[in-house]
Design a protein. Sequence first.
Length: 153
Amino acid sequence: GLVLERLLADETQTARLGEDLALSLRPGDVLALKGDLGAGKSTLARALIRTLADDAGLDVPSPTFTLVQSYDTRIPVHHFDLYRLSSADEIDELGFDEALAQGAALVEWPERAEAHLPKTTVLIELVQHGDGRLARLSGQGPAFDRAARSLAM
Ligand code: ADP
Ligand code: MG
């Protein structure tokens, strides 16, 4: 399939990508954020959630231990961090499917439950690129098409 890239020279540009993606997000969409520790997954997620909340100062704690943090934003958004998931099946106990019925999901460490994510999941990989990062967007279907348009902004 199609793979699109955007260069993120600094933290501001990672946040900017999150803001752009927020504008195209719809209920039911799943954005999977892949990348090593320190790649910028939480930076992107925080900016996206703050944009949906229309609150630049909103506290967006990392759901490292709670595994999921939900926000009652314009489009409800559920921020998952699956790093500490003990088994892939545990994602069902977190109410993943129910969350998608009325909201969107951001998923850090999607590798932990890959088989449980919908086929329409939009994958965003963040990789080191010099002092900055490279964002690689891939997927299929309308959610990917919308994300692709916002990537091109
Ligand atoms: P993760 O959640 O993937 O572990 P974080 O977002 O918590 O990563 O941390 C990423 C770190 O890298 C932060 O210190 C942030 O300032 C920095 N950072 C984010 N995006 C970029 C970028 N495009 N270029 C350089 N540094 C970045
Ligand atoms: Mg993180």
